[in-house]
Structures are given as C-alpha cells and as structure tokens.
Ligand binder design. Structure first.
Ligand SMILES: NC(=O)c1ccc[n+]([C@@H]2O[C@H](COP(=O)([O-])OP(=O)(O)OC[C@H]3O[C@@H](n4cnc5c(N)ncnc54)[C@H](O)[C@@H]3O)[C@@H](O)[C@H]2O)c1
Ligand SMILES: O=C(O)[C@H](O)[C@H](O)COP(=O)(O)O
Length: 388
C-alpha cells in the first residue's frame, strides 16, 4: 500500500510503517502527480483536498486529516468518489483549551490584574471551547457560553424527550457575551453560509462594541475576525488586548496587525505532542477499522516521559505560581518572540510551525501534594498528581 503523509505529522512511521510504504510530503506544495498510485493520503490543515488535487489519484482508498477543522477538505467530492474520510475531532482540544488559558494567565500577569475576577465568554462550546471551559471552571472562574447550534440542539432534544436534563448547559447570545465578558475566546469552525456563519463574525461593528479593556483571544480560524477591521479598531482602542494564534490570509498575516497583538503565534495552539499524537493515532485506528486490520499499538507508548518528573506542592499555589507551573509545560512568550522575529522571513510562518518543538499538556506534569493543601482544582485543571 502506498501512503502519502504530511511531513509535519509525527508518529506516522511508528503507526503506519507495517501497513505500507510511506512517502513524506510538504502538505502545502503537494501536487496531483504525487497522488498517482497512492492508496492512503494523510494530511493536515494546509493541504486543500479538492478536485484538482485528486485529479490523478487513481487508487485512493482513504483520506485522513489529523485535524479538528475540515474546511480544507471537499467532503462532498470524497463522498461522491466513495473515498472514506476521517478527521480527528477533539484530538487537540486540551492543547487549545490550555493554550487559551495560559494566554489569559500571561495577560493577567502582564497587566497586573487577577485573572480569577474576570468573566470569560466562550464563543463555540464544542471540543476546544469546552476544554477551555473546563480549565476556567477548575480555576473557579465565571464562564458564559455562546453556541446557538448546540443551544438549538439541546432545546430540540428537550422537547423531543419532554425531560429536562440536569446536565444541560446554559447558553447566552453573542450580544450578551460582548456586553458582559471581560475576555472573549473564539472556538468556532469557519463557515461561510447559514444563519450562524462565522466568517467575519467579529466585524468592525462587533469589535467596536467590545467592553472597555476587553481581551480577545482567537485560536480557531483567522477569518472569524475581519483582520483589516481589527487593525483599524485596535489603532483607535489601545484598551483592547489581543491574543492571536490564527490569522486572515495564513501563512501571510497582515504585517501591521502583528505589533498590535500581545501574544502572536503561527497557528500552533493545538500543537501539543499529545494532541498531534492523538491526531495521527485517530487516523490509524480509523484506517485499521475500514481495512479490517488488527493492531496492538497504543497511544501511551508513543509519548516520551516529560523531562520534569514530579513537583512537590507544599503550600497554597498563587496565580503567579500557577503561571510559573504552566510555563514549565508551555512558555507562550518564547513562541511569541520567535514569531515576531520570523514571520516576515521567507516561509517564516510555515517554518516555525514545521520546526515547532511540541509542547506538552498539563497532564505531563505530575504534582505531589506534600503540604496537604487544597490542590484538587489543579488536578481538575489537568495536571497529573498524587496526594502524599
Ligand atoms: N489554532 C489551532 O491550532 C486549532 C486547533 C484545533 C481547532 N482549531 C479550529 O477551532 C475550531 C473549533 O474546534 P472544535 O474542536 O472546538 O470544534 P467543534 O466542532 O467541536 O466545536 C465548534 C462549536 O462551534 C459552534 N458554532 C458554530 N457556529 C457558531 C456560531 N456562529 N456561534 C457560536 N458557536 C458556533 C458549533 O455548534 C460547535 O459546537 C475548528 O473548526 C478549527 O477550525 C484550531
Ligand atoms: O483544525 C485543527 O485541528 C487545527 O487547526 C490544527 O492544529 C492545524 O494544524 P495543521 O493541520 O495545520 O498542522
């Protein structure tokens, strides 16, 4: 079997090596000719899987994308050509949730304002939005959720069963989020049509309505914010603080926007080692299922141990100390620094993504509670640990 895989997908050899011959490719530069006689195509978000790319794919039996988003895939075309497809929903949700949470801790430190007192509005309460909600709840913060699609689904489930579910979630409108949230974090897919389309969801008018001193975090898709309007609004409103991981026009963000942003990164919010490994593993499992292949491989065996084995907690952990712990797992300022200094270079955006030293998730760091203090919230946040 011939397998073509994006060069930025870890563990492909470890997982797919016994199934077929693997060719690694630059996902952004993949050509139709490279898919002649190829059985399996494994991509990431930078490869547009469309009629043109598949025009010479004479043997293709499976396409997998190790991503949450599917906006780069012509799903109708794959269905029409009977080519099974899977993406990897939720694979990097914890990575994105922790990224947004760490970014908020960093902003709190930079502007000397306790994070805990702030109200956070999450737009899009699916996998990544819920992962962030989980972190914020663990830390004891007030969270508002806006997700009209989930809200409608919940309402129709309720009216179909006539039972009110005690696990049901409370949703608010986007206007309420804009009116009440001190921090807004975006977690929607990019959609161009329909009543809840997200393309330019935050246009000039919405951006102007943000509360004074609001923080806006975007780690879903760049075009959810009109970036030109953002530049205009930000130039007039220094009170707004921005964290952008995704950009309109990737891999070429608007150069004027980057200096206006507090923390700027090249679409790597989901780039934890765990998240990437999970993504590849989910494609592997799906391929095995479709082709009826048995396997003994486990995700846990793929991941290396974290280089700090255990930390002893002897007393109450402050917000500053929490940030110090979070920085052991992921230092956002390092990526921000690298990005500012490289995004204008030739292929700087992609180069940084390709060479990204994958960070770990909170779960990689093990805490030992030797001080018999209240640390349950830290375990809820995702850190591993033991009581002693
Ligand atoms: N920066 C990164 O590295 C990175 C990593 C993972 C995912 N993403 C992006 O983030 C997006 C979200 O990921 P996810 O795993 O949470 O997806 P998901 O499908 O689990 O959740 C998305 C949620 O957004 C909701 N939604 C859709 N339109 C909305 C609207 N107009 N207003 C409010 N909510 C709306 C949906 O109902 C859904 O619940 C992905 O589609 C992908 O584009 C980026
Ligand atoms: O949709 C996703 O899962 C993310 O945007 C993903 O992290 C993007 O990473 P890429 O596939 O471009 O490496």
């Amino acid at each position: 079997m011939n397998i073509v895989a994006d060069e930025n997908m870890p563990y492909v050899e470890a997982l797919f090596g016994e199934i077929g011959e693997i060719t690694r490719v630059n996902g952004r530069q993949l050509t139709p000719e490279q898919l002649i006689d190829v059985d399996v195509l494994l991509v990431r978000s930078v490869t547009k899987v469309n009629a043109e790319l598949l025009s010479q794919a004479n043997k293709l039996k499976f396409v997998g994308s190790a991503t949450i988003g599917t906006d780069h895939i012509d799903l109708a075309l794959l269905e029409q050509r009977n080519i099974p497809f899977t993406n990897a929903p939720g694979c990097n949700a914890a990575a994105v949730g922790e990224f947004a949470f760490i970014a908020m801790l960093e902003l709190a430190k930079r502007f000397k304002q306790p994070l805990k007192d702030k109200v956070v509005g999450i737009v899009g309460a699916g996998n990544t939005g819920s992962a962030l909600e989980h972190c914020l709840n663990a830390y004891g913060m007030k969270v508002l959720l806006c997700d009209p699609l989930l809200e409608e689904q919940q309402l129709s489930n309720r009216s179909a069963t006539n039972i009110s579910d005690k696990n049901s979630r409370q949703f608010v409108s986007l206007d309420t989020i804009i009116e009440q949230a001190d921090i807004i974090s975006l977690h929607v897919p990019i959609t161009k049509t329909g009543p809840h389309k997200t393309w330019y969801l935050f246009d000039e008018a919405k951006l102007n309505q943000l509360k004074p001193h609001a923080w806006l975090v975007n780690c879903c898709r760049g075009e959810v914010i009109d970036n030109r309007a953002l530049i205009k609004v930000k130039q007039q409103r220094d009170d707004l603080k921005l964290v952008l991981d995704v950009w309109e026009g990737e891999p070429n963000p608007m150069p004027e926007l980057v200096p206006l942003v507090e923390f700027a990164t090249p679409h790597i919010a989901g780039y934890s080692l765990e998240g990437k490994a999970r993504g590849t593993y989910m494609l592997f499992e799906k391929l095995c299922e479709i082709f009826g292949l048995e396997h003994q491989k486990s995700l846990l065996n793929l991941l290396p141990k974290f280089n700090i084995s255990q930390l002893h907690i002897t007393d109450k952990v402050s917000e500053t100390q929490l940030l110090t712990l979070a920085r052991l797992v992921y230092n956002l300022a390092d990526d921000d620094y690298l990005f500012r200094n490289s995004f204008l270079n030739n292929h700087g955006f992609d180069h940084m993504r390709k060479n990204h030293t994958h960070r770990r998730e909170f779960s990689a760091l093990s805490l030992v509670n030797t001080g018999h203090c209240e640390v349950d919230w830290m375990f809820k946040l995702g850190f591993s640990g033991v009581e002693r």
